[in-house]
Design a protein around this ligand. Structure first.
Ligand code: SAH
Length: 246
């Protein structure tokens, strides 16, 4: 590419990223996606990279508190519960939470969250899966305590770009010492799609989380599924990072 094309390509990318930066989904938009089941992000069999890095993530420890921000009905929550860990998730869609328990054949109870108007907390009868139905930014008011592990997939990349810093600060504030935080993000041509999932650059990951974490790049995998090809994507990568206590 000559200098001129490189410069214009750069400008184009910049303007599209600019558009992504201004894109906002309301909570209502997400509720609507669940209502019409526009949930292409849900992985019925769970996430391959999490399966692959499970031992690295758990690091031989038992009885951990594992947090799933923006959990949807992620089946991986059950994996951790079955291993004896205790799982906490937060999700704005009550429908998603109910589907999770029903599809996993788990009975549950529900009650209002003291301090969050309209919020509800759902608990599996065995007691080791607790899902808060509220805006993630209201979660501190539920006094959820700290977590040993965070699995962040479809979460940082789903948060409105203008809320990223606030989100990262919240995540860091919820971590116990000697935490392990796995972050999955994606990389694709932003001219093909305005998000979510939003594109988050490597340098942004570092500036958001680097103050408190050692950031280790674990793997970049080709995740170009047929449904993305049909939408004109030529590449689609998933990138996995591990953050640990600095
Ligand atoms: N992590 C899940 C879901 C990803 S999609 C998975 O891997 O399958 C993002 C989810 O976040 C949606 O289910 C959406 O309803 C929820 N969500 C979006 N914004 C939210 C917010 N501010 N607070 C809580 N949940 C939110």
């Amino acid at each position: 590419m000559d200098n001129y094309s490189a410069a214009t390509a750069g400008a184009k990318e910049h303007s599209v990223l600019g558009e992504q930066k201004n894109r906002e989904l309301s909570l209502e938009d997400w509720l609507q996606k669940w209502k019409v089941h526009e949930i292409g992000f849900h992985k019925e069999d769970g996430h391959k990279l999490l399966r692959k890095y499970m031992n690295t993530f758990l690091n031989g420890r038992n009885g951990l508190r594992v947090f799933f921000p923006l959990c949807g009905k992620a089946v991986e929550m059950k994996w951790f519960a079955d291993l004896g860990h205790s799982v906490v998730g937060v999700e704005i869609s009550e429908l998603a939470i109910r589907e999770f328990f029903t599809e996993q054949n788990l009975s549950y109870s529900e009650e209002p969250i003291a301090g969050i108007s309209g919020g509800k907390v759902f608990k599996s009868s065995s007691g080791n899966i607790t899902l808060y139905c509220c805006n993630i930014f209201d979660l501190p008011r539920a006094h959820v305590g700290k977590f040993d592990r965070i699995w962040d997939r479809g979460s940082l990349v789903a948060i409105n770009p203008s809320d990223r810093e606030r989100y990262a600060k919240l995540m860091l504030s919820l971590l116990e010492k000697s935490f392990h935080y796995l972050l999955a993000i994606i990389s694709y041509d932003t001219t093909k799609h305005s998000g979510p999932p939003f594109y988050v650059s490597d340098s942004e990951v570092k500036s958001l989380f680097g103050s408190r974490s050692n950031i280790q790049f674990l793997e970049k995998v080709d995740a170009l599924e047929e449904r993305f090809k049909e939408r004109g994507f030529e590449y689609f990568f998933e990138i996995l990072y591990l953050f640990t206590e600095k």
